[in-house]
Design a protein around this ligand. Structure first.
Ligand code: MG
Ligand code: ZN
Length: 402
């Protein structure tokens, strides 16, 4: 070993000792919203008991699709929520599971623009792109294909509706940052229902337009409630509408622990009630948008509460699908966030201890869960672009050839 190698070795050893010494201290010093190691004791706090839904009958092909995306939701996020909830989730009830790869056309680690576009259009694109291919050419998404076959369509999210994931199912823009243009795309999209935040992109715009007026003319029931963190979702009132534009925050919605309450499961229920009136069926995309933000913050509690909230929305989809028998429910993620690993846990107390390798996304595969007619197509390992292709295949449809 020469002198340089010796110096490098002793430096590495020093860094190692320093790291071991500093990590616990950092956790104590960090502010409570960005703790690396969080130990949670839920013990009845916000835990819930998922009733079991058994399909009463099953059609050969699905008439309705409920596609739920946990943004940034890897296996550790799901496992952490499952431990915190005493070892059970609605996700446990899915008879079929698979895995999908998440890389984009430009990067091994995708962003939510390219990830959402892959799940919506069945095509890889550049990170940051929304509903366009790597040459910025508009590509059709599954919601548009199913709308074209006569179905009602909708999206329900906990971020601004103009944010990357919902935008990928509605808009076509070269950059996810083009929020004004994405809002304009919502107005032109023919979508029957959208619920989430993002009111400002419709009324505080560079072009000074107020998009709520044309939306009313297009027949949308406008539901805006931005005064409280928890909007009251009047399910029976919404159920009577044909088209709904629900904008419940200026920007993104509040976190679950910040008071968003039961919004996501309730909005999911309301959306199903609105869309199911179409005799030709419906397509609904529901996103647990903020699981990703908990991952970026390396905040175990944020991840767990958002994943549990998303799982309760999954429960609403299952409740409907089990009774209906003609609905395919598919749950997946666009990527993993945080490089999260579970270091300890306790199913009795709900204690979870996690570590993180990044404040960004990671390139690991993410799980897929399927329930209902066509679910058998989702076994195995495949690409994220195969997910919407399989959904269409279950319905004996496909993306139009370019
Ligand atoms: Mg998202
Ligand atoms: Zn992210």
């Amino acid at each position: 070993m020469n002198l340089m190698d010796l110096r490098r070795a002793s430096l590495l050893l020093l860094m190692h000792i320093f790291a071991i010494g500093i990590i616990p201290a950092q956790s104590n010093l960090a502010d409570s919203t960005a703790v690396k190691d969080t130990i949670l004791y839920f013990a009845g706090g916000i835990s819930y008991h998922p009733p079991e839904f058994k399909p009463i009958k099953q059609a050969k092909n699905p008439k309705n699709i409920i596609f739920l995306i946990g943004d940034g939701m890897g296996l550790s996020h799901i496992t952490a929520a499952r431990v915190a909830n005493g070892g059970k989730l609605y996700l446990d009830q899915f008879p079929v599971t698979g895995l999908n790869t998440t890389f984009s056309a430009s990067d091994f680690v995708t962003d939510s623009g390219a990830g959402g576009t892959a799940l919506a259009t069945g095509e890889k694109t550049l990170n940051g792109a929304i509903g366009v291919d790597r040459d910025s050419v508009i590509i059709p998404n599954i919601r548009e294909v199913l709308s074209g076959s006569g179905k009602s369509t909708g999206v329900v999210v906990t971020c601004a509706v103009t944010h990357a994931t919902p935008a990928a199912f509605v808009a076509h823009q070269p950059s996810r940052e083009m929020k004004d243009e994405i809002a304009m795309d919502f107005m032109r999209s023919g979508i029957d229902l959208f619920m989430g935040g993002g009111l400002e992109n419709f009324i505080v715009r560079g072009d000074s337009a107020n998009l709520l007026e044309p939306l009313v003319k297009l027949g949308y029931f406008i539901d805006t409630q931005t005064v409280a963190p928890q909007p009251s979702i009047r399910i029976s009132r919404l159920a009577q509408q044909q088209k709904v534009a629900g904008l419940y925050a200026a920007g993104h919605m509040e976190t679950f622990t910040g008071g968003r309450g039961n919004y996501l499961p309730e909005a999911t229920q309301a959306a199903i009630e609105v869309l199911k009136k179409n005799p030709y069926g419906f397509f609904l995309m529901v996103e647990g948008s903020q699981i990703d933000w908990g991952g970026h913050a390396n905040h175990t509690g944020y991840i767990i509460t958002e994943t549990m909230d998303f799982d309760r929305a999954v429960g609403e989809a299952l409740r409907f699908a089990a009774a209906d028998g003609q609905t395919l429910v598919v749950v997946t993620a666009d990527h993993e966030t945080g490089g999260m690993a579970l270091m300890n846990g306790n199913y009795q107390t709900g204690m979870v201890r996690a570590a993180y390798t990044t404040g960004d996304h990671s390139g690991t595969m993410v799980p897929v869960f399927a329930f209902g007619p066509g679910s058998e197509l989702f076994r195995g390992i495949y690409d994220n672009t195969d997910v919407p292709r399989k959904i269409l295949e279950a319905m004996k449809l496909s993306f139009p050839k370019p």
